[in-house]
Design a protein around this ligand. Sequence first.
Ligand code: 173
Length: 320
Amino acid sequence: MRRLVLSAVLAVLAAPSAALAQEVTLKIVSAFPETSIYVKRLQSWIERLNADGKGTLQLNFIGGPKAIPTFEVGNAVRTGVVEMAMSTGAFYTNVFPESDALKLTQMPVAEQRRNGAFDYIQKVWAEKGNMVYLARIVEHQPFHVYLTKKIEKPDLTGLKIRITPVYRDFFTALGATVMQTAPGEVYTALERGVVDGYGWPIGGIFDNNWQERTKFRVDPGFYDAEVSLLANLDAWKKLTPAQRELLTRQALAFEGRNDFWKTHGEEEAKRQAQAGIQVISFQAAQAKQYIDKAYETGWAGIVKVSPQHAPKMRELFSRR
Ligand code: 173
């Protein structure tokens, strides 16, 4: 027994403790359900990172909204309950309301990294959210209205629509009655007839079988869906230069694969047609008015909650 203990002690002493201390494991959660394509892509990314990061940095995927509810993920990152998350701005407006402005960007994230938009986001996210904005991993995905009832013009009067902050100002301006739910509650709301439709990007409605309860998609799409990787700022500061380099490099590589979303959007539109979902579209002038209204009401909503940052964000996020 004594010999065993002694040899265990010796083994520990002999271990390359300096190198061991260099490996850190960060907990990461998803604000989207585990069935979602976003999580599938996140998990393959984590696998690659963990292979690359042996001895340096590892990510431990804790799970989706069953681990931390969708709208609480932002605060979990802010306070360091988890070190990292995949979420979208609309899910953490309870941390700071500017988060929802990311849907209004009109250029690819690669360009945001060049034109100052990314730096501005980084500053606001650090100051108001205690967060590092690591990478945007979903773009090229316009949002749409999906309906169980037909409309003849861009008017949602008399309809109850499931929303998140993304759609609140726009759908309200179109006359809808709105009801906020996490993605995980959309199917039940449709099934029970509690809502007549919902907002969602072009891709992903099959992930939770919403196509079974969807009759129409309204075109054109508006805004650009944003899903990003976030890190707690204190946890980030504690990383060694090598750990930060690895995480940054892997996050950038993930972001670099965003062209996937262009083809995915086209495929999903085809799949919707095959599932019998009919497209409601407007004539050109009406469609333009619809898009303009989306951006006007969207920015008005951001100005209202952040007169401090909205003007600069609008300038940096808008196509000239
Ligand atoms: O839940 C939502 O409709 C939403 O806000 C969102 C945001 C980004 C991607 C997908 C959904």
